[in-house]
Design a protein around this ligand. Structure first.
Ligand code: BDR
Ligand code: CA
Length: 310
């Protein structure tokens, strides 16, 4: 499967990227970075350090540094100044190659060069994707599939109503869901069925390489966000759609209508999911509802462990 990955690293973005590169089913054409978990310079630096640590092959591009319309929001209040936390070792600064071309143009060029072939997977705010679709209206029809981590059928995390990736750029999300092709939506509701805990940290650490030690300290930092709130396990957000792409039999999706609330005083950024029968003629999404989380994560960890040993 041919992929383009749009991301705002973030630890769970890192884990998704590593899983993509670890899975022989995928051919990753490029990675575009978008402001989200932290401002663009920070998430870009995170991406460069991750790329260096693992020797990741796909070309890396800087994308949009602010949302389409609203003021920038980040997840640094939860994830820390770097947009990811470690309980031990730190990623080392490195000048990993950054391509000169803007991420949005690189995404457009890649999709146009491979009509009908590229699955676009976006796991950050949808600013890069919406900008690409505005500049190249032919793009949605040229994709093999369009998959996002974002939204929720059950309430939000950034606010009571809104999931972070949609909350950070609701106008971009609205444009993407209106692009004319079905979006596979992996929201909080399904990602919360895939959880990591101390046993997964130990598995990653057991791979024994320097990369595995750094990765597992950040995985532990990720689980620690939940521990500090009294839970021993943390939801796995961005890697979950990667698991679906490779192991679709472990998930259930339902077609429906998803609209982005842009005006609500308390509900701006909410994904209003209409999964009722009468909404089907207006369906613009396949909403992921169920995951066999333990099996999916075990599969993912096996690949990640092997990649960390390499
Ligand atoms: C999403 O928000 C970000 O903090 C994570 O990287 C993930 O993409 C979860 O709501
Ligand atoms: Ca993300």
């Amino acid at each position: 499967m041919d992929l383009w990955f749009d991301t705002d690293p973030g630890f769970d973005d890192w884990m998704a990227w590593l899983l993509i590169e670890a899975c022989p089913d995928f051919r990753l054409h490029g990675v575009s970075v978008v402001a989200g978990n932290a401002p663009l310079p920070r998430v870009l630096e995170n991406a460069r350090r991750i790329k260096t640590l693992h020797g990741l092959a796909a070309p890396l591009h800087a994308g949009c540094d602010r949302p389409l319309a609203q003021a920038q929001v980040t997840a640094q209040n939860v994830l820390g100044a770097h947009g990811m936390a470690t309980t031990g070792r730190h990623l080392v600064a490195d000048e990993a190659a950054l391509m000169p071309q803007h991420g949005v143009q690189a995404m457009i060029d890649c999709i146009r060069a491979h009509p009908g072939q590229i699955t676009l997977l976006a796991v950050g705010p949808l600013t890069n994707v919406a900008t690409a679709f505005a500049l190249a209206p032919d793009l949605p029809a040229l994709l093999k599939d369009l998959v996002i981590m974002g939204g929720s059928t059950v309430g939000g995390n950034a606010t009571a109503a809104a999931e972070f990736n949609i909350h950070a750029d609701p106008e971009a999300a609205a444009r993407v869901f209106a692009c004319g092709r079905s979006v596979a939506m992996f929201g909080l509701n399904v990602c919360r069925q895939v959880v990591v805990d101390a046993s997964h940290v130990a598995r990653a650490r057991g791979a024994g390489s320097n990369a595995s030690l750094v990765f597992s300290d950040y995985l532990d930092g990720y689980v620690d966000i939940a521990r500090q709130r009294g839970r021993p396990f943390q939801s796995v957000y961005d890697p979950t759609p990667v698991m679906w792409l490779a192991r679709p039999e472990l998930f259930e999706l339902q077609p429906g209508r998803v609209d982005i609330e842009l005006a609500g005083q308390h509900t701006r950024g909410m994904t209003v999911c209409d999964l009722r029968g009468p909404a089907l003629p207006r369906a613009n999404a396949r909403v992921a509802l169920k995951a066999q989380g333990e099996e999916a994560l075990d599969w993912a960890m096996t690949l990640i462990e092997a990649r960390l040993k390499a």
